[in-house]
Design a protein around this ligand. Structure first.
Ligand code: TRP
Length: 467
């Protein structure tokens, strides 16, 4: 594998397009839906602090490894790893890490599309003014009404999946690059509009204090969750970033690019928090609502403050845009792989894979209603069961997939990627790709990748599995 190999899927105009794509991938439901509700659940600033440390010591090194491997390999993650392994004289079985990643990304897409569909439903609800003057019971009922209706959920899920497949089918430059050039600026404008709005609620500082005042006693609770979330929010561990790295121009500096993406993702998560919590406080509500924060608490807030309806539309539009630009990155590793493997057109490959994901997504749709009692990993009076029909304990299909991916597959994939970059890939190849001018800086980055990140991830995985 020479450093001048090019990708058959296309190449981006500049490093900025990689930044757009990687940021588009990173910024998603993770930032706007998960991050605020997790911060609420785990007590605010303490969680934020642990999260920031995990991003710096674990998330960014994995992102760096993925980008670097992708650009060196210039193929789908699976073929990139097998080629690079062969060139380094290692076993081609390393490519199984990317196979697992590819499957993980598709599993995430299957439920991600359902949740993004809720946001589509809420745009319509906001436009129709369904939330004006709504109270807690009303908002709960509206959310319950949506999740208990499999047909409505399926319609939105299908629409979102179609949007995602459409961009991917059109290709790396005509689809991804063109769409991202519109979506990403729009996302930032929408976010700023919301931030401006939250400053007018009179509760802005209360929101800020909630995010940044930390109580050390609360730290331990959220550690595992914060680590898992660091992977999820940066989109690392499945090859999404690796496949985008394969389309990155040769000249771009990987280090500063990755740093930019990580910074943007963090800024968006914190800004989303600062835009959201003041609105929640302004309506006299509590931030510890859990996953319902965005779909129950927030609409009550929007329905009861001046201008809330308009900003409600803006908000759910923002969520949709962010989710869309993330969803495409979950589909790309598999599509790139099967295009390489079968030689068929992107359109054909995309249709088949998206359809598969859509079918798995129906499992998530049904886990909120008809199959809510189909539980996995149940521990009850007579022991542990992989599957049980019960209304208590265990995890629904949706919860199981979320858990399996975020808590196990992403860290495991990330671990294998950093190990590969740090220990299998030749040091000279690594140095050449990274192209850092200062030797000290290089040593620092290299040891972060070889020791700190793998050790950190191992600790998470072992702790998680021994729970
Ligand atoms: N990072 C995105 C978010 O925060 C989700 C995402 C996109 C993702 N691609 C991924 C998560 C790959 C894990 C793996 O919403």
């Amino acid at each position: 594998m020479s450093k001048d190999t090019v990708s058959i899927h296309g190449i981006w105009a500049s490093r900025w397009v990689f930044i757009l794509a990687a940021t588009g991938s990173a910024v998603g439901l993770g930032n706007i839906w998960k991050f605020p509700y997790m911060t609420g659940m785990y007590g605010g600033g303490a969680f934020v602090l642990v999260y920031l440390v995990c991003i710096a010591l674990i998330g960014l090194p994995v992102m760096l490894a993925e980008t670097l491997l992708g650009r060196r390999g210039r193929q789908s993650p699976v073929n990139t790893l097998s080629t690079l392994a062969r060139c380094s004289g290692a076993s081609e079985r390393w490519s199984w890490a990317a196979v697992m990643g590819m499957i993980g990304a598709l599993l995430i897409l299957s439920f991600y599309s359902v949740v993004a569909g809720w946001a589509l439903d809420y745009i319509l609800g906001m436009v129709r003014g369904e939330f004006s003057g709504i109270d807690g019971a009303g908002a709960g009922q509206r959310f319950g009404g949506l999740t208990s209706d499999p047909v409505r959920l399926t319609i939105w899920h299908s629409l979102f999946m179609l949007l995602t497949a459409w961009v991917i089918a059109r290709g790396v430059v005509a689809g991804l690059e063109r769409t991202l050039r519109i979506l990403m600026p729009l996302l930032f404008v929408l976010l700023l509009a919301l931030l401006g709005y939250s400053m007018t609620t009179g509760h802005f500082m209360e929101g800020v204090r909630f995010l940044f005042d930390f109580d050390l006693a609360k730290v331990p609770d959220g550690i595992l969750a914060a680590m898992g979330h660091a992977f999820f929010t940066l989109s690392v561990g499945v090859g999404s970033i690796m496949v985008f790295g394969a389309y990155m121009p040769r000249k771009a500096s990987i280090g500063s690019t990755v740093l930019t993406v990580g910074l943007l993702d963090t800024v968006v998560a914190l800004t989303a928090g600062m835009a959201l919590f003041p609105v929640v406080f302004a309506a006299g509500l509590q931030p510890n609502e859990g996953p319902g924060l965005m779909f129950v608490t927030l609409p009550i807030a929007f329905g009861n403050i001046a201008g809330g309806n308009v900003f409600g539309v803006v908000f759910f539009l923002l969520v949709t845009v962010a989710a869309w630009s993330s969803a495409i990155s979950m589909l790309e590793p598999a599509v790139a792989f099967f295009v390489e493997r079968t030689g068929r057109s992107r359109g054909q490959v995309t249709s088949v894979i998206a359809l598969l994901c859509w079918v798995v997504g129906l499992g998530t749709v049904l886990s909120f209603n008809l199959l809510a009692d189909a539980r996995f990993f149940v521990t009850d009076a007579d022991g542990w069961h992989l599957y049980r029909w019960t209304s208590e304990g265990g995890m629904t299909f949706f919860e199981s997939i979320d858990y399996l991916t975020s808590r196990i597959m992403l860290p495991l994939g990330g671990l294998l990627f950093v190990l590969f970059a740090g220990w299998v890939l030749d040091r000279d190849v690594f140095r050449d790709e990274l192209a850092l001018r200062h030797q000290r800086l290089f040593s620092l980055v290299y040891s972060l990748l070889r020791y700190v990140a793998p050790a950190g991830i191992l600790i998470i995985l072992v702790t998680e599995l021994s729970k």
